[in-house]
Write a protein that binds this ligand. Structure first.
Ligand code: HEM
Length: 478
């Protein structure tokens, strides 16, 4: 009995010592004062998410600062490309904090796998997201865009850009990666409405210090997640039974058929389900947010808009864009890159630090979370002249080369970087070229366009309303 008591006291003492040491080591780093239990959670809530919080703290505390999310969750933000360039390639995992925000994707989601576990999966999936495979994206995208733009042509009262773009990018990623049934069956439609409902609630839920198990809405949300996953399972089941399975070369058929070297299926059903949910999440809102911000920038910079239209008219001469055309739209590409710099849809990326880092006077302990403050790096006056001005030319081939590595990271970096970067760049240019070919855009009057983080994505807080003005056919046929 005495021995058990001593053992319990020893364990408790050790835990207490670890806690005090962890707090002590963390607090040696510069950073704002924090509450013992809540850390800095309450003050972060007063900002528009990390998008505001990180630059403001970096300004006050320098290139490296720490904050606490709760009593023990130590987060370190590093706004220094040299340290990031040395460290990020070695970090392979997302931290627990990411699970809190994105746990609803499913525990088998590729985003929670470390690079080693993901290597084979990445190698299998990547060919579908690059090169000639993007022809199919263009084919699907053109069809969905024509439908959207025909509706714009009969919308005299302006467009809620973020809503319509979100609908279209959802359809495009859904059909391209998972097949026509994604939009044409009642199952696909249920998946979509559940997806939006679950995602909407995921963000406020992730801000709770402990899960609100006493609140019936929490359980209703959990139930919706289960239904969402059942829908994804049903999509898998239907595709398995479909006679067309072997002919299709989309992500879903790959998830169902790919075998490893031992001729075992590469993806279990649970992995396939979580991969579907993850790719839809990673791909549709990010692309819609980018397009929304780029349209906002073009509506407020008419010279750039005209220049992009001239380029599009010259290359397309009134016909729909093909994959090869997009590569030759160099000014439009600069516009997209500059848009992603000023309003990166994912303004920061997280990593679990799994070794001690000693850099000059700073010691960052193993187990802390690293924030790569993408939006702060993009606005750093040391690397960008007039960082708050919209200057697409800074990405032309002559200037872009001079930019330091790790000063521009819209798709993250290292082994956990975005898998869909090329897919996204193709989709955004395709959609933009089709919009600007048929319409000019203007900002609708009297609106406050304020960036705010919603979930992990930067959105205009009150939405974005634009007026679309049809262009004359003879202007497009240069
Ligand atoms: C403009 C659009 C997009 C932006 C700005 C964007 C940005 C990002 C960023 C910043 C990350 C985290 C990277 C890191 O931690 O270093 C990420 C992860 C990811 N993205 Fe994208 N993304 C976009 C579109 C897409 C699309 C279209 C797809 C799929 C077709 C996609 C698939 C993924 C996946 C699967 C991950 C998780 C990778 C992992 O955890 O290993 N993304 N994205």
């Amino acid at each position: 009995m005495e021995f058990l008591f001593l053992l319990a006291a020893g364990c408790l003492g050790f835990r207490l010592y670890s806690f005090v040491r962890w707090k002590y080591v963390g607090n040696q780093l510069p950073g704002p004062p924090s509450d013992m239990w809540f850390g800095n959670l309450r003050e972060i809530k007063q900002y528009a998410g990390f998008f505001d919080y990180l630059p403001s703290m970096h300004k006050q505390y320098g290139k490296i600062f720490r904050f606490w999310m709760g009593p023990t969750n130590l987060i370190v933000s590093i706004n220094d490309q040299e340290i990031l360039a040395e460290t990020v390639p070695l970090l392979h995992q997302r931290p627990e904090t990411a699970r809190k925000e994105l746990g609803w994707l499913g525990k088998e989601s590729p985003t929670f796998k470390c690079h080693e576990e993901l290597r084979e999966i990445r190698t299998t999936i990547m060919p579908l997201l690059v090169g000639k495979s993007l022809d199919y994206l263009c084919l699907v995208g053109r069809g969905r865009m024509e439908k959207m733009l025909d509706n714009w042509a009969i919308s005299p009262h302006g467009i809620r850009a973020e809503d319509v773009l979100r609908d279209t990018t959802f359809d495009i990623i859904g059909v391209t990666l998972f097949g026509q049934e994604f939009i044409s069956t009642s199952l696909g439609r249920s998946f979509r409405s559940l997806f939006v409902e679950v995602m909407r609630e995921a963000h406020p839920r992730s801000q709770e210090i402990i899960p609100a198990v006493w609140d019936y809405r929490y359980w209703r949300w959990k139930q919706k997640i289960r239904k969402l996953h059942s829908c994804a399972e049903e999509l898998i089941k239907q595709r398995r039974c479909s006679s067309k399975t072997s002919k299709r070369k989309d992500l879903l058929s790959l998830l169902l058929n790919e075998k490893d070297e031992n001729r075992e299926l590469l993806f279990s059903d649970e992995q396939a389900r979580a991969t579907i949910v993850t790719f839809v999440f990673a791909g549709f809102d990010t692309s819609a947010a980018s397009l929304t911000w780029i349209l906002y920038l073009l509506a407020t910079h008419t010279d750039a808009q005209r220049k992009a239209q001239r380029e599009i008219d010259c290359i397309l001469a009134g016909r729909p864009p093909q994959l090869e055309d997009l590569a030759s739209m160099s000014y439009l590409t600069c516009v997209v890159k500059e848009g992603l710099r000023m309003y990166p849809p994912v303004p920061e990326a997280l990593r679990k630090i799994d070794f001690d880092i000693q850099r000059e006077k700073y010691f960052i302990p193993n187990g802390a979370t690293l924030v790569i403050p993408i939006s702060t790096l993009h606005a750093d006056a040391e690397n960008w002249e007039k960082p708050y001005s919209f200057v697409p030319e800074r990405f032309d081939s002559m200037h872009e080369r001079k930019q330091p590595r790790y000063s521009y990271l819209p798709f993250g970096a290292g082994p956990k970087s975005c898998m869909g970067a090329r897919f996204a760049m193709t989709e955004i240019r395709l959609m933009l070229s089709m919009i600007l070919q048929r319409f000019s855009v203007e900002l609708a009057p009297n609106q406050d366009v304020v960036p705010e983080m919603y979930s992990i994505i930067l959105q205009p807080k009150y939405g974005l309303k634009i007026n679309v003005i049809p262009r004359k056919a003879d202007m497009m046929n240069v």
